[in-house]
Design a binder for this molecule. Sequence first.
Ligand code: PMP
Length: 398
Amino acid sequence: MFAHIPPYAGDPILSLNEDFQKDPRADKINLSIGIYFDDEGRIPVMAAVREAEQRVAQQTGPKPYLPMEGLAAFRTEVQKLLFGADHAALAEGRVATIQSVGSSGGLKVGADFIKQWFPDAAIWVSDPTWDNHKAVFEGAGLTVNTYPYYDAATGGLRFDAMLAALRELPARSVVLLHACCHNPTGVDLTPAQWEALIPVLRERELLAFLDLAYQGFGDGMDQDAFAVRALASAGLAFFVANSFSKSMSVYGERCGALSVVCPSKAEAALVLGQLKFTVRRNYSNPPMHGGQIVATLLGSPELRSAWALELDAMRERIQAMRKQLHAIVSAKVPGRDFGYFLTQRGMFSYTGLTPQQVDRLREEFGVYILRSGRMCVAGLNSHNVERTAQAMAAVLAD
Ligand code: PMP
């Protein structure tokens, strides 16, 4: 019955993480998976999140289904977090938001929605992008193409080439954009580049799909929402999937959202209705617990500011690791510019290492990064940064 089914090759990132777990070396270093670890190498339990969870636990009661669109308080708080409480798009009722099963779930619901209501649209993603983008959108039946993005020569952005490519797209094409902390490269658009992109999106009638999985890890909570707010202020219609996995360190709660910014309140109501139907025929309604934690935290000014401080400290710790890595590798491998370690934002860096160098890093030094050269800088800490930098310098110097 099932013999015709091909074996699943496995997800490259999750498989590498499994290999790491099996590696018997005591001094192995895991910089492969996109998880924030603290200076002791642990996934943090943020104090504000723990407090919010305790408050949720005190309200023991029945556990009804949530509505298809999720918890109302969660959806309201997400909108304020993304757009800023006073944004005109919210006042005008132009934003349709649903709670989703992680932001992966938001991407998938958005992809299904696009396939149904824009059946001829293809999607363009950055070259490179998070592998699962391709899988999710192809899985929903969309054709996935790429636009130029990362510049291997400089470790920066090919912005002119990106704009030129987007100018050539057919109207109503979907363009997936990382709102901040690009995964896998760490290379982001500046605010000025976002401003320059907006007229192209408008003139070409492109439908942007923003992925905001790392809000707070780039430059700050509000700064990292720049793209969301700028596109909404420009009056564009677009999608944004956002995640709390990293920013609240609640990976397994599967808590995210999908928002669609619409031209009018009436269209937002139509979109919300069809998003609900998309959810209904996928998984019916989202889980409660994560949504309650997030809504409780964001709804309490005291917990919210405590959380913001904790997140600031996480971001600053990553930046300190970037500086240390940069200093050691630059000193050990003279004559090469490693400035990109400092300019790239968020949890990831494209190291510029070849797959062979990545293999040596793992085999000889027990340092795990992806074969694309992507390193999770958030896995560095004061105990392993020196060894990582020395190992990188060793494989780079040969
Ligand atoms: N988008 C990007 C760019 C990501 O890196 C990730 C997580 N690795 C996600 C979306 C999905 O995150 P989650 O489903 O946990 O919210």
